[in-house]
Design a protein around this ligand. Structure first.
Ligand SMILES: [Zn+2]
Ligand SMILES: [Zn+2]
Length: 137
């Protein structure tokens, strides 16, 4: 369950809180590093709220995105994932199990002066592809 404090936090951002939305927020906070798709969230919350529609999940994610609370990630083709961690970080994608691992440090990105002078870089996001530790074992 989300604490009253957390609920208040979302309310103060102008988010209407319904029991369905609460279930979605709970899922997201519990799976903070999972980078779920809208379908993942829908499957999970529908078990608790059989009347939950996919549109509710989708609209909630859109409302969160508008408020800067989630970020969209496009890694696999035709699949949109959501990241609740909106701090800048990079990702490692396991091509074997599909796990997406956050990389917060140890990634150095150099951009040559030639591009630096021409392009206005707003954010740097790096995706590494490979086989994760679990899949190697
Ligand atoms: Zn893996
Ligand atoms: Zn992430």
């Amino acid at each position: 369950m989300l604490s009253e404090e957390r609920i208040e936090y979302y309310r103060n951002l102008g988010l209407k809180i319904t029991p369905q939305r609460l279930a979605i927020l709970e899922y997201l906070e519990k799976h903070f590093t999972a980078h779920p798709t809208a379908e993942d969230i829908y499957r999970y919350v529908k078990e608790r709220f059989p009347s939950m529609s996919f549109a509710t999940v989708y609209n909630t994610l859109e409302a969160l995105k508008e408020r800067g609370l989630v970020k969209e990630l496009y890694i696999e083709e035709g699949k949109k994932r959501f990241d609740l961690n909106v701090q800048p970080h990079h990702h490692f994608y396991c091509t074997s199990c599909g796990r997406l691992i956050d990389l917060h440090e140890g990634v150095k990105v150099e951009i040559s002066e030639r591009f630096k002078n021409k392009l206005n870089i707003l954010e740097i996001r790096v995706f590494f592809l490979g086989i994760c530790d679990r899949c190697q074992g």
